[in-house]
Design a protein around this ligand. Sequence first.
Ligand SMILES: [Zn+2]
Ligand SMILES: [Zn+2]
Length: 115
Amino acid sequence: MTVASARPEADYSRLTPEAQAAFTQAMERADHAGTNDTYRQAMTDACILAGLPIPASVNIARCSCWTDAGGCGCGAIFDTHLPGVVVTATNGPDLNLSELQCPTCGHDHPRPIAD
Ligand SMILES: [Zn+2]
Ligand SMILES: [Zn+2]
């Protein structure tokens, strides 16, 4: 049905189970890597696994709606520097990654950290 396109976004739910597991591992490596080459390498790996063009920011995220209680189940994987991305939770101590919603979810049903 859907013709593959060069959309700057991937969908976690469409990855194979193997790719999902590897993607999650790469993101966990990035989360714990500090801000160094390990981080960039982990993010690059995650992009490749997701089939996402590596953005200039080398920062990607999976929509927090995938794991949020009450999230819509969106599994978008996207450049965190896209306009419209919504931060739903800041990164934990010693971790790199915040929880983010993709621009579509951030527009349709934002859950910002305000409260
Ligand atoms: Zn989303
Ligand atoms: Zn959503």
